[in-house]
Design a protein around this ligand. Sequence first.
Ligand SMILES: [Zn+2]
Length: 486
Amino acid sequence: MAVEAVEKLGDIEDNLEELSAAEGEDVFDLYYRHADVDVAAHEKRRRDALLAPEVAATCEAILSGDYGLVPKRRAKIISDWVTQARAETDEIIDLKNEIQKIVIETKPTLDGEEIPRHVKKEILLKERDRDRRRRAFDAEGKLREELAARGRRLYRLRNEAARALGYDDYPTLALAPEDLTVAELKSIFEKYERETGGKYRELVAEGIERFKLGRLEPWDLNYVVEQLCSADDKYFPKEAALPSLAEVVKNLGRDVASMDIQIRDDADIPFGGLCFAIRIPDDIRILLNLKDGMSDLRVLYHEFGHAVHRKFTTSKNFALKTGDAGFFAEAMADTWALLVDRREWLRAFTKMNEGEIARVTDASEKAFAARVRRFIAIQSFEVDAYVDAEGDLAAALDSYAERFLGFRYDDAGRWSEQYFPLLYPMYSKNYALARVIQRAVHRHMEGEFGEPLGEPKAFEYLVDRFYADGALHTWREKLAAVGAAL
Ligand SMILES: [Zn+2]
């Protein structure tokens, strides 16, 4: 009987892995070849597979029976997936995919002309003309019109689905598999609000003075961070990006080529990069839209971090290969992204002088403060949006912008162009928490090995502590093992 349930669990995982591989192939084609793909159909197939009655029954039998740590952990992960799947109605899946299409197809309009979204982003980072930045910031009028009613509806539907399952609200349901509550998340946010407050205020004061802003407006923030905290693009030519990564890996005692991670840097995608773990560990692909500059370089290292995380897992069970908390997976990727902010990396791979290197490394805590606070603000807004979808969402967004970022939008439509929470619910927090964990992992490596770059033991450490056993241990256990917590 005992063996039977574990065997059944294995079959369930194999089936889910097949579905995931098929979806991964299709989504890869969607982004790389701009193929016409029915993503909603994949999402429904996955959901239906999870909702087959034998899945919950098998998990329950194992969780309540006399089984070892490994089957119990696998059953716990899958039963959490089942709970999430119960909240995914056809209506929700279809609406989300409709919104995804709208986001891809609707271009921002600047001075009467349509521009790609990455051009808008570039203007907000680099345009010296403040009024042009303001106009770029206001370029999503069309998207707002399309998303205002759909956004409220999706927030409401998700919340209703969660309540129908007995949860207080959608955020509570979504956080449960990550072993977090809404109250706990809020107190984690408060902690990082306190810890980043000084650096953030310093950054804003410097920006106001240097660029004679009078006061910080929403269209100034990215510009101020970029100008005060980043090095010039000329130090980071895109041709040097992949060779630098190969050398970093070589100095860590490994060989990129033999890892067989497919990297395509000619992708025309709306993001800097994407990592597809189609079959773990054998088929892992990275798509990049690589350009000159430090931020694109960080994207390459981040996606590579996702890839090695999955490549070096020795777990054979699908639940353990992919079942870790979203923010923990992002933290594993961000641990690699942070390598390029290290003094040693900048010395080895750029022509920056020591003064310039010191300026950039000193500014990194300010950039960290701004990034973390931005993700916390949007995540806090999202939590409120589920709880009161028909309420005053503009006021909710403004209250968090004011608290964490120090400005208000004073704009009734601003909330409706926030498409990220609609497409990736309760995910914004992952980028804030990942950056906190990323720093803890680097500190721990420094304590163990000194400079991790060039130290093969650092790579072994990442594999042993974090990659190899996949999601067998929870994020709490893994962080505790390196003396860290959230
Ligand atoms: Zn990522």
